[in-house]
Design a binder for this molecule. Structure first.
Ligand code: SF4
Ligand code: SF4
Length: 444
């Protein structure tokens, strides 16, 4: 147990690099010793008990052990805590008083990531998890026109879903994404943007959209809305190019080699766009977080990574910077009424404030209700057979808020979270991406 008893942290939190190149990183005994140290601090603190299922799992293990302390928990059971961490970063960013520079140096998400990386290196990964996180390979296959139709039909066919649960461990009741053969990249091919860039508010006024594997193949509509909204505001838009998955799903698996490969493909391409005068964005908060925060912590000495991180913005952060500089059009044509808006975890931890909430609130005749709770989707957590019930428990309070709001619209910047909420609300309404709502408000 750490000896410094100073309660809380009076200094601004800092984050250390992940440190995967340190030989001790993959040393299992060193990992277990560090887990025991941090679990002891968490056991004495317990502030994070309501954030996710990782902490209740840890505290139950402690409370049910012979000593009722962490030393009574079998080391083999530490993995049960790791299984319930989906690396949302909320405990680090919003709750923990013992993060660096506090001498206790608690970084729970990085510790969980290290445990996942050690497990991955040992080959202890299920085929199901490899498939679910291979978004480019699965998307390329499922995006072939005839295959897309079959996959979408099978996903809605109960016997097929029961078979998928039995064979692969994908819960039969989980909502699986729909595949589009007309991807965002195909839809925008040949699109000509007018280069009328006006730099303002720290932005250069020209933006390249990293399409993301999910928005490209599973949800191309909001991507088109993005083009309409940004170009309406005089911001030229291009797609980033022949990108690959940013790597976030593989991070959840602890597969750091794949993160390096994703970096090697995407970062030089994005860096060139920055050199040509483009700012960068993506419509999925997790992908923005990957480029803005995660890659710089994994590759702290990489100058290209730093350059790309500095040029990456959340889309609504970007529009609000333009608004501050007087360059956002506020010629809204249609009120949105009441909007129940879910703030996604990976957007909250970017420390940019509630920019989507702020922007939607500018639309006359619109009130926005902010819901700041984990949706429980969290990558693959809401589709795996063993974690789907927890994901449904986590989303329940969010769904209740949406139902009680009796809003005209609801949604999240994270479309996967939006669909998971939709699954729990189950009243026939669909979650909508805020960029889609904004397009509607402009009457475009
Ligand atoms: S990073 Fe998120 S999921 Fe992981 S332990 Fe912290 S709050 Fe829970
Ligand atoms: S992560 Fe920090 S705030 Fe959360 S339980 Fe552990 S010590 Fe407490």
């Amino acid at each position: 147990m750490a000896t410094d008893k100073r309660e809380g942290n009076l200094d601004a939190p800092t984050r250390h690099p992940l440190g995967q190149d340190d030989p001790a990183f993959y040393d299992e005994n060193a990992l277990l010793a560090e887990m025991e140290r941090v679990f002891n601090i968490c056991h004495g603190c317990r502030r994070c008990v309501s954030l996710c299922h990782a902490f209740p799992t840890l505290f139950d293990l402690v409370d049910e052990s012979a000593t009722m302390e962490v030393d009574g928990v079998a080391k083999a059971d530490f993995a049960k805590v790791v299984d319930h961490c989906y690396l949302c970063d909320l405990c680090y960013m919003t709750k923990c008083p013992y993060v660096p520079p506090h001498p206790w140096n608690v970084d729970f998400p990085h510790l969980m990531l290290r445990a996942k990386a050690v497990r991955y290196k040992q080959g202890k990964v299920r085929l199901r998890d490899r498939i679910l996180t291979s978004t480019d390979t699965v998307g390329n296959l499922a995006g072939i026109p005839v295959v897309a139709g079959l996959v979408n039909a099978a996903n809605r066919y109960r016997p097929a879903r029961q078979a998928l649960q039995q064979v692969l461990g994908v819960h039969a009741d989980a909502q699986l994404p729909r595949y589009h053969s007309r991807t965002l990249q195909k839809r925008m091919r040949g699109h000509v943007t007018i280069d009328s860039a006006k730099p303002a508010g720290g932005t250069r006024g020209r933006i390249a959209l990293f399409a993301t594997c999910y928005m490209n193949r599973n949800e191309p509509g909001p991507g088109e809305d993005f083009f309409a909204v940004f170009e309406h505001n005089g911001i030229p838009v291009v797609l980033a190019g022949q990108e690959r998955c940013c790597g976030m799903p593989r991070l959840e698996l602890g597969d750091l080699d794949s993160i390096r490969k994703a970096r090697d493909h995407n970062v030089p391409m994005l860096s060139e766009l920055v050199d040509q005068g483009w700012d960068l964005t993506a419509l999925i908060p997790s992908c923005v977080l990957m480029f803005k925060n995660e890659l710089p912590l994994i590759f702290p000495d990489d100058e290209l990574v730093k350059k790309v991180a500095a040029a990456f913005y959340d889309p609504f952060e970007y529009l609000m910077l333009r608004h501050k500089a007087g360059l956002l059009h506020t010629d809204f044509k249609a009120p949105l009424g009441k909007v129940a808006y879910h703030a996604a975890c990976h957007q909250r931890v970017q420390n940019i404030g509630h920019k989507t909430f702020d922007l939607l609130s500018l639309v006359p005749g619109t009130t926005v209700e902010l819901i700041e709770r984990c949706s429980g989707h969290d990558g693959t957590y809401a589709v795996k057979t063993e974690t789907f019930p927890n994901a449904m428990k986590l989303v329940k309070p969010v769904a209740e808020r949406v139902k009680r709001a009796e809003s005209d619209h609801y949604g999240s910047d994270c479309v996967m979270a939006g669909h998971h909420i939709e699954h729990a609300v189950a009243d026939g309404r669909e979650a909508e991406h805020p960029i889609t709502l904004l397009r509607r408000a402009y009457g475009l």
